[in-house]
Write a protein that binds this ligand. Structure first.
Ligand SMILES: [Zn+2]
Length: 82
């Protein structure tokens, strides 16, 4: 069964969480998350950040910057793993 790579999945996590993906793209991401524990961890991490950000609506700028930094670290770790 063809599925997206881990890198593609990580790149789509943010639009996935922001509900910016089309239906078929969402399905692809969900399918990858269901078979890849590593990306599932990244997804729960991203979702957790969003929950925290949602709770404290202040400091949005700092949160976005932090999220961007964390995303780079996660993507780098995945690329190095492959
Ligand atoms: Zn993966």
């Amino acid at each position: 069964m063809m599925t997206m790579t881990c890198q593609e999945c990580v790149e789509k996590l943010q639009p996935f969480l922001d509900r910016e993906l089309s239906g078929s793209e969402r399905l692809e991401v969900e399918r990858h998350l269901s078979i890849c524990g590593h990306c599932a961890d990244s997804f729960h991490f991203e979702a957790g950040i969003l929950r925290v950000v949602g709770r404290c609506g202040r400091a949005t700028y700092a949160s976005e910057e932090l999220k961007a930094r964390i995303r780079v670290v996660v993507q780098t770790a995945i690329i190095e793993k492959e």
